[in-house]
Design a protein around this ligand. Structure first.
Ligand code: NAD
Ligand code: ZN
Length: 318
């Protein structure tokens, strides 16, 4: 059962109150589109341009693109495709720099110098708060670039194109950014909802099987906390999913993404002020396992082990 954010704040104010008290209270609605699109970087696809320009279609939108180097290695020419896309949609898009490359995977979250380098690149490109950072990559790159962007002018517009199963069904559609520090996973971070998300299934074609399987753990997690029928479906399709067959994989990504979104919007605690944090099921041990393995364990693999530990613990403790 979720706790409404305002109720949560009010709860903290219970007990004797100071006599001269003004209670400041306001809420800001958040809204971002999550678009499921195949071939979003093909020049003729308008989804990405729409996502960036939708609020002010009459002007050009300055943007920088940041690309995951692991993805780029698997998809040579991706930087050129971003350039061509910007040219084709030059009525609304203005690419302000060459696409910026960042190391893929946990390396992106473990190097403080990278955050500084991104800040410098955004400054050089003269991005203001109405400008956009387009980030294309796995969950780690999305987390690190989102964190850097959230502190420039107190928050640039970030448009995400997640490129892994995990990030398309979980982190990429959510509201959090982070990097690792002081031997602690996600020690630095911010709540920074994206400006838009484009989930492009064609990006998953090059993903190694191990990464695809690991990412499915977050789908199992959200099924366990929110949707028994989805859990049944996952069990029934386990063999095809373990081979990452495109059709069931796409259903998994879509359903898991929508469940995550639904949870964030409607469970009453989008910015995790309370301590329940059901989306972190299996994660307390997962984060420690990731660190202890020197990030040899993928995040999804660690979550799978963490859920097993929690389930066994729950069973044994009755
Ligand atoms: N912000 C959130 O809410 C949230 C939620 C869940 C997980 N996360 C974070 O996400 C991270 C894990 O992300 P992940 O599982 O997406 O993996 P990842 O970002 O670690 O990427 C794994 C590897 O795949 C490469 N890669 C990415 N896309 C590729 C593609 N299409 N083809 C080939 N290679 C590709 C990367 O370069 C990297 O080497 C963890 O740091 C975790 O903490 C964040
Ligand atoms: Zn996770």
């Amino acid at each position: 059962m979720g706790v409404d954010v305002l109720d949560f704040v009010a709860m903290r104010l219970s007990g004797p109150r100071p006599g001269d008290l003004h209670l400041q209270r306001f809420s800001v609605p958040f809204e971002y589109p999550v678009i499921f699109e195949g071939g979003a970087l093909e020049p003729e696809s308008s989804a990405l341009a729409w996502a960036i320009a939708r609020r002010e279609p009459e002007r050009r939108h300055p943007f920088c693109a940041v690309l995951d180097e692991g993805l780029l290695r698997a998809t040579p020419g991706l930087d050129e495709r971003v350039r061509r896309y910007a040219e084709r949609h030059a009525d609304v898009l203005e690419l302000r720099s060459d696409p910026i490359r960042v190391p893929g995977g946990e390396a992106a979250k473990g190097d403080p110098a990278l955050i500084g380098a991104l800040h410098a690149a955004f400054a050089k490109a003269r991005l203001d708060r109405q400008a956009v950072v387009l980030v294309i990559g796995g969950g780690a790159v999305l987390d690190a670039v989102g964190y850097a962007a959230s502190s420039v002018h107190r928050g640039l517009r970030v448009v995400r194109m997640p490129s892994t199963v995990l990030s398309q069904c979980d982190g990429g559609v959510g509201v959090k950014t982070s990097v690792n520090a002081f031997s602690s996973k996600n020690f630095l971070g911010s709540f920074a909802p994206p400006y838009a998300v484009v989930n492009d299934r064609t990006l998953l074609a090059t993903l190694p099987l191990r990464e695809a399987r690991a990412g499915m753990a977050e789908a199992v997690k959200v099924a366990l906390i929110r949707d028994a029928a989805f859990f049944e479906w996952l069990s029934e399709n386990a063999t095809a999913l373990a081979e990452a067959r495109p059709e069931p994989l796409l259903s998994l990504v879509r359903r898991a993404a929508l469940l995550h979104l639904e949870h964030i919007a409607n469970a009453g605690d989008p910015f995790e002020l309370g301590s329940a944090r059901p989306l972190d099921y299996g994660h307390w041990s997962a984060h420690r396992l990731e660190i202890a393995s020197g990030h040899e364990l993928r995040h999804g693999e660690a979550v799978a082990i963490g859920m097993l530990l929690d389930a066994r613990y729950a069973e044994r403790s009755g």
